[in-house]
Design a protein around this ligand. Sequence first.
Ligand SMILES: C[S@@+](CC[C@H](N)C(=O)[O-])C[C@H]1O[C@@H](n2cnc3c(N)ncnc32)[C@H](O)[C@@H]1O
Length: 221
Amino acid sequence: MDPSFGEIDKLLAYLKSTRGFDFDAYKRTTLQRRVQKRISLVGLSQYDEYIDYLEVHPDEFQHLFNTILINVTSFFRDLESWDYLRETVLPRITEARTGDDDSIRVWNAGCASGQEAYTTAMMFAEALGTEAFRERVKIYATDLDDEALGQSRLASYSAKGVETLPDGYREKYFERVGDRFVFDRELRRSVIFGRHDLIQDAPISRVDLLMCRNTLMYFNA
Ligand SMILES: C[S@@+](CC[C@H](N)C(=O)[O-])C[C@H]1O[C@@H](n2cnc3c(N)ncnc32)[C@H](O)[C@@H]1O
């Protein structure tokens, strides 16, 4: 039997009170579909049973959050947006930011496992040169998901994961470590990862560029 509609509220209240995650603003139908899939996967069929299961399997919270939050991402995802950013947006920012304070602040909200933030770093490094990038640019990359943030900080990606990089970028911006590719250590210093909940936390202020892609669509309008 499928978990019935309505009961998910109990599970959401439970997640809020025990873990502080507030999924009220998330689209209900998407949430239910994902959570039900996870419940079936652990061999259960009711939200009530699943709450009991979470009580005795704390590891399950992370699996549930991974199911709900969806960390799908990639380097240069949706290439046309990056072309637009490079050709139209970056020149405006770099030209506007001159004189005494030529620093550039970027906020990448919903950064998942870091590819978007590092893609942004490569874009700015190409536009400004590595040295000026290091001096001028700070990229604040945030997400709700601690596991994804951990992966972001490691900056280590599989060969498949770096396939979407433009020609020459893998060699230029990544170090090969065994069968993994690790993003450039120097450029990484300008990318600061932190936990931030778009629903509950105050926004980062004074940003020149705010990137928030494939994230708001999970929330209610
Ligand atoms: C599909 S990924 C998008 C990743 C990247 N922006 C991209 O477009 O490739 C959505 C991200 O939003 C994050 N997310 C979901 N709810 C969030 C919230 N309330 N606050 C911050 N991040 C959230 C998820 O953890 C996930 O990493």
